[in-house]
Design a protein around this ligand. Structure first.
Ligand code: PMT
Length: 318
């Protein structure tokens, strides 16, 4: 596809999208977060935008049914913790209801399972969960109060792409210090808002024929226009290992990514392959350490690559 057609498709995607609620408030939050404690924007602390969870595609404007994309949000939540540990500020663009940073040791339904009634008017943390709850609260509070974590939720593909565009524009001034870590599972097909049924589609009308349009890949405009100096990592998920690395390599070249993290559905928590123009690097979870996560060595590797990228950019500027 040539660049004019892509731009046309992107323009028509955003034109037809329902307006993002509170976009001015989101922009304001982002600007305060990015520049808080960074006296000279662009020279301050590194900021990474981590995307996490799957986007939905509504089938009706007053949505009863939707198409979903698989992602538990674990990759994004765990990576957020390791980026913060490495000294980054993290903007976490996450799907509502998916895994959250610092919550992996909590039960699935923390409110109901972590607390018990003390008497008729009060409640307390169950003894068995008190260490996990205390740790989660303390770590989360330290990250948010310390200006290191900003969480922005999305549900639909429209919200996700509009928010990604706002985030990228807000991060543009950080130049080489900005990083995008695009782990979200983003819908490839959608129903344009204006051609979508307003009310619940009726089953009495018989089998449903629906034409889905292709969601334009935003990776190239992110790289060339929204935040052109940022360090960009995209992800590639496949279920067939035979085509995984080839597809990741194609994405690396086509969208001019700095690295593509290739992962297979069944082994994604054990190992990933970081595909770069200088070759592939296999990253595995340290099985000898109980509770270890593959995101730990993965983030460590990408932070090193980002440092090299910044140093090269500074050397070129001199
Ligand atoms: O959340 P978990 O359960 O822990 O799982 C993590 C994960 C498997 C979801 C994650 O590691 C992962 O691989 N995420 C990307 C999944 C994917 O489906 O990729 P894709 O082939 O649809 O897209 C590749 C890249 O293009 C992505 O970085 C995406 O942000 C981007 N994209 C996709 C579609 C689109 N229309 N525009 C895009 O920019």
């Amino acid at each position: 596809m040539d660049s004019a057609t892509l731009h046309e498709e992107i323009h028509s995607f955003f034109e037809s999208a329902p307006p993002l609620k509170e976009s001015a408030k989101i922009t304001d939050k982002l600007n305060r977060f990015i520049h808080f404690d960074s006296p000279s924007p662009g020279k301050g602390r590194r900021v990474v935008c981590v995307t996490s969870g799957g986007t939905t595609v509504p089938l009706e404007q007053r949505c009863v049914r939707y198409i979903d994309n698989f992602s538990s949000g674990h990759r994004g939540a765990a990576s957020t913790e390791y980026f913060i540990k490495a000294g980054y500020k993290v903007i976490l663009l996450y799907r509502r209801g998916t895994c959250q940073p610092y919550c992996s040791s909590l039960p699935e339904d923390p409110l109901l399972e972590c607390f018990e009634l003390a008497d008729d008017s009060d409640f307390r943390v169950r003894q068995s969960h008190s260490e996990a709850v205390k740790g989660a609260i303390m770590n989360h509070h330290a990250a948010v109060a310390g200006g290191l974590l900003l969480k922005l939720p999305f549900t639909t593909i429209f919200e996700y792409l509009q928010m990604l565009r706002i985030i990228a524009s807000s991060m543009k001034s950080l130049e080489y210090h900005a990083m995008f870590y695009l782990a979200a599972a983003v819908s490839d097909f959608y129903v344009p808002w204006k051609s979508m049924a307003e009310h619940k589609i009726q089953s009495a009308s018989g089998p449903l024929d629906m034409r889905l349009m292709q969601v334009p890949k935003m990776l190239s405009v992110l790289r060339t226009e929204w935040s052109p100096s940022a360090f960009c990592i995209s992800f590639k998920l496949e279920t067939d290992s035979k085509i995984l690395l080839e597809k990741a390599n194609m994405a690396l070249k086509k969208y001019k990514m700095h690295s593509v993290v290739a992962n297979e559905l069944l082994t994604r928590k054990e190992e990933v392959t970081v595909v770069t123009e200088n070759g592939n690097i296999s990253v595995r979870r340290d099985k000898t350490r109980p509770g270890s996560e593959v995101e730990d060595p993965l983030v460590e590797l990408l932070v090193k690559k980002h440092s090299t990228y910044i140093n090269d950019a500074i050397a070129q500027d001199l």
